[in-house]
Design a protein around this ligand. Structure first.
Ligand SMILES: *Cc1c(COP(=O)(O)O)cnc(C)c1O
Length: 479
């Protein structure tokens, strides 16, 4: 064995030096979050910075300190900005320092939550139990962490498909019966719902997009009529996807009415509650979600209104057996035992397509426990109050036009101009480039809107005022 390679591991050669550098990195990140308000929300990436990411493949080592320096210079200043209180674009959470630390702990533990008898899976099961409680689901309900609601909606469509077609479809494909399946969602539903139908092999066109009312909620009579029409044509309605918080306007479908309709028609009742579902944490917001507890499945994200660092999507399924039967696959190398490391079946890998899985549950567990669910609920309620404040300011300002009022925490508006779509698109980019705030755009009844989605728990009235002042100033400049 004289030629045996000398380096025994990839661990640091100098642990005390590593420790000192590690503490500096932690301090830097704490400073970053604590001082976030002093920074621009976002800034464009200079070409010199972009060029930095075209370097040669790193065959040789570099000091941790040096790579961290590159992170500080080339990555950190040019992030998307969602930690900042002025970030109001799209639907993104702000994260929390406690969640950040949990990410470090999870990285150190390097747990693989696909399965096996280990406490990290008990942490995930704890979250599942808490979510059962929050949504009043029965003890046999199952839950699973996934990347995000896009994935959770896909898994829900697969569970609903399985509940209708049975196990044979897993082996032979969806067949003729599967090609007859039809699902229903509002025109204002998130695009990932039709993508889920596509990925599930059912076809995006098999999702009927039903008209929405003036408050962007699915029209129940139109939904009922579409189901009847499909039945008349010999098709098989099987699923309704309701929205609890639409991306554009924060609309919540009439969940009670849809629950009743689904029961009557024998359809799977899934809710895309990507951000809205966690409104259940606030006594002020929960009543707007009435009926959510009647769903067959709910998809939502801890990383949006729940402020858990990315990513932390979640799927909750009332009938855990259906959920298990949709995904469980026997494999010799995943054999279960009643004792030893292979005990504790079923495992998370039996409830979804991922085998290797990170410890998303830990940052969620830390966030909920350290902050307390009540405080998260209060920040959810505050963001709704801020949206109402924003709406009132818009209504009081003749230069601005309200396009979608606050139903939860999203408000859409525009600057009055002769060429409003062009001017408002430019205003949004101007505001983003100014570093003052980061709204995004959407289309409301065919009109390009400035969309302020208030998800960041750090956002305050002064940030709303800054957004409005910027919109007015850039709007005037663009006239
Ligand atoms: C964000 C969002 C999604 C997608 O969730 P991801 O976590 O980004 O995959 C789906 N539906 C709604 C209503 C959303 O807000």
């Amino acid at each position: 064995m004289t030629d045996f390679p000398p380096d025994p591991t990839l661990d640091p050669q100098n642990w005390p030096g590593f420790r000192r550098q590690a503490h500096r990195m932690l301090d830097d990140m704490i400073d970053y979050v604590a001082g976030i308000r002093e920074r621009p929300v976002w800034q464009p990436i200079p070409s010199t910075v972009r060029d930095h990411f075209r370097e040669a493949f790193p065959w040789s080592p570099a000091a941790l300190e040096q790579v961290h320096g590159e992170f500080l210079d080339y990555v950190l200043p040019y992030a998307g900005g969602n930690v900042h209180p002025g970030f109001m674009g799209w639907v993104q959470g702000g994260g929390t320092p406690a969640g950040m630390l949990a990410e470090m702990l999870a990285g150190g533990l390097n747990a693989n939550l696909g399965g096996r008898d280990q406490a990290p899976i008990e942490v995930e099961r704890q979250i599942v139990a808490w979510m059962r409680e929050l949504f009043e689901f029965p003890p046999e309900a199952s839950g699973l962490f996934v990347t995000g609601t896009s994935m959770a909606n896909l898994l829900a469509v697969l569970v609903a498909r399985h509940s209708r077609l049975g196990p044979e479809a897993r082996r032979s494909g969806i067949g003729a019966a599967g090609s007859q399946l039809r699902a229903y969602a509002s025109q204002t539903a998130h695009g990932c719902v039709s993508q889920a139908m596509d990925l599930a092999g059912l076809g995006a066109a098999s999702l009927r997009l039903i008209a929405a009312d003036t408050r962007f909620r699915i029209e129940i009579p139109a939904l009922r009529a579409a189901i009847a029409r499909d039945r008349q044509e010999g098709l098989t309605p099987f699923l309704v996807v309701a929205s609890a918080g639409t991306v554009d306007a924060g609309a919540v479908d009439d969940l009670d009415a849809i629950a009743a309709l689904c029961r009557q028609e024998g359809l799977w009742f899934h809710i895309d509650g990507a951000y809205g579902a966690l409104g259940m944490l606030s006594p002020a917001v929960a009543p707007r979600l009435k009926g959510i507890t009647k769903a067959d499945s709910i998809a939502f994200d801890f990383h949006k209104w729940g402020q858990v660092p990315y990513d932390a999507g979640f799927l909750l399924v009332r009938d855990g057996r259906q959920h298990y039967e949709t995904f469980a696959s026997p494999a010799a190398y995943l054999r279960r035992e009643t004792r030893g490391l292979s005990a504790g079946s079923p495992w998370p890998c039996d409830f979804g397509p991922d085998l290797s899985r990170g410890f998303r549950a830990l940052k969620t567990w830390f966030t909920l426990k350290v902050l307390g669910a009540q405080a998260i609920g209060a920040s959810i309620a505050r963001s709704c109050a801020l949206a109402e404040y924003l709406q009132a300011q818009i209504e009081a300002e003749p230069a601005l036009e309200l396009l979608a009022g606050a139903q939860l925490n999203i408000v859409c508006f525009r600057y009055r101009a002769s060429d409003p779509d062009r001017v408002n698109a430019a205003i949004v980019v101007d505001i983003q480039e100014s570093g003052i705030a980061a709204p995004s755009t959407t289309s409301i009844n065919g009109k390009l809107a400035i969309r302020a989605a208030l998800f960041n728990h750090r956002t305050q009235k002064q940030d709303i005022d800054a957004l409005l002042n910027a919109a007015l100033r850039f709007g005037k400049d663009r006239q």
